[in-house]
Design a binder for this molecule. Structure first.
Ligand SMILES: NC(=O)c1ccc[n+]([C@@H]2O[C@H](COP(=O)([O-])OP(=O)(O)OC[C@H]3O[C@@H](n4cnc5c(N)ncnc54)[C@H](OP(=O)(O)O)[C@@H]3O)[C@@H](O)[C@H]2O)c1
Length: 373
């Protein structure tokens, strides 16, 4: 009896959700709002009129990547999975780096089934641990002569906790371990004629950052980073930690671009994929925040409103193509679909320096190591 009424309520919630979704989708008001409030640019399909796209989908989907060597982190699901599939469909050799072996192997198998010509290989990489990241990066370094495309894509949202390395966990997974991966693989990127490094950031780095000076919440020391603990704010805590790490990814991109210089053959850029229907927004996201009874309906409604994973991946894929070399796109931050947007916080050079400094301190001992241990 209880189950029947639960299922009825769930169906009603679903119908209501779909109606709200339809209404929102037809709202041209949102298109106009995006013109005034930049974080809305490309946020979801209903705020992104197709005539505003900077590229047509077939321009990106038809790019020839034969012979290119690519590595994608967080490749077993969501945007990382779609990026891996798209790169492989276009002829790249793709290493799919993921933390869970079973999920990694089955994701690679799925791509091989869907794209019989795909060349994909799994690599176990846990960004929650610097020593495991070090090991995975050095394994890749030993087995490859070149790297053309590096996607720093894996990401998590809070809560606040310290990793086994004694570093705030979200910041470590989203940025510091990716920094270590980049630093170890930089010599392989230098071999490539035109390497592209793409960081999956987020608009959260603009809208979910705490008030105050940028330098105070992206400090130059691990202690400073760990001190900033907004405990007690529950949802806000997760979002603020996430926002800080996503802003730091853009600051890192800009610092690295300065460090490499304008003649570098390595192009480093970041993007916001939009609000995308993935585990991050559904099972790992809203499902934690809405009552159980409304979860299915909410997730279905989000499926209707948000970008699909494949459309969410396209802006990142664009930044991995030759277009960035031809247009000399460096240290930029893009929103869907390929429109450059400026996050004003990311222009703070002191904060850019702080982020780099912080990452360097955290990974120092691993960079000093020459051999695979
Ligand atoms: N979805 C959105 O609306 C949205 C918006 C803006 C930015 N982004 C960014 O897009 C990126 C991809 O997220 P998604 O939306 O595709 O969500 P997702 O499906 O949850 O993908 C996240 C990936 O990161 C991996 N990951 C988590 N912790 C890891 C660790 N310790 N070591 C290695 N890999 C780890 C996950 O592995 P498991 O499967 O093992 O957990 C998963 O493969 C993230 O950086 C996210 O911040 C997403």
């Amino acid at each position: 009896m209880a189950a029947t009424s639960t299922s009825k309520m769930s169906s009603v919630a679903l119908v209501v959700a779909v109606i709200i979704g339809c209404a929102l989708k037809s709202q041209t008001l949102f298109h106009h709002l995006a013109n005034y409030y930049h974080p809305l640019i490309g946020l979801a399909p209903f705020v992104t009129p197709e005539d505003k796209y900077g590229f047509k989908l077939n321009q990106v989907q038809s790019v020839d990547l034969r012979g290119q060597v690519a590595l994608v982190t967080g490749a077993n699901s969501g945007i990382g999975f779609e990026l891996s599939k798209m790169l492989a469909s276009q002829g790249a050799y793709v290493t799919m780096a993921c933390r869970n072996p079973q999920r990694c192997f089955s994701a690679a198998d799925r791509i091989r089934k869907e794209v019989p010509s795909a060349s994909v290989s799994p690599l176990i990489l846990d960004l929650g641990s610097l020593s495991k990241t070090n090991r995975a990066a050095r394994t890749f370094l030993q087995n490859n002569e070149r790297l053309d495309i590096l996607f720093l894509n894996a990401g998590i949202v809070g809560p606040f906790e310290l990793s086994d390395d004694g570093i705030e966990h979200v910041f470590q997974v989203n940025l510091i371990s990716h920094h270590l991966l980049y630093r170890i693989l930089e010599p392989l990127l230098q071999v490539s004629e035109h390497a592209k490094v793409v960081s999956t950031s987020s608009v959260a780095g603009k809208v979910w950052v705490p008030y105050g000076s940028v330098e105070s919440y992206v400090p130059p020391t691990i202690e400073g980073l760990n001190e900033w603990n907004p405990t007690g704010m529950r949802v806000a805590e997760r979002l603020l930690l996430y926002g800080r790490s996503k802003l730091a990814q853009i600051l890192w991109t800009k610092y690295l671009t300065r460090r490499l210089g304008n003649d570098s053959t390595i192009h480093v850029n970041a993007f916001h994929p939009g609000a995308v229907h993935t585990a991050l927004t559904t099972t790992k996201g809203v499902a934690k925040w809405v009552p159980r009874i409304a979860q299915r309906a909410t997730i279905q409604m989000l499926g209707y409103l948000l970008w699909s994973s494949s459309l969410g991946a396209l802006t990142g894929l664009y930044l991995a193509t030759q277009a960035v070399v031809e247009k000399n796109i460096r240290g930029a931050y893009f929103h869907p679909q390929t429109i450059e947007v400026v996050n004003p916080y990311s222009l703070d050079e002191t904060a850019q320096n702080n982020v780099w400094e912080l990452c360097e301190i955290a990974v120092e001992k691993f960079l000093a190591q020459k051999e695979l241990k």
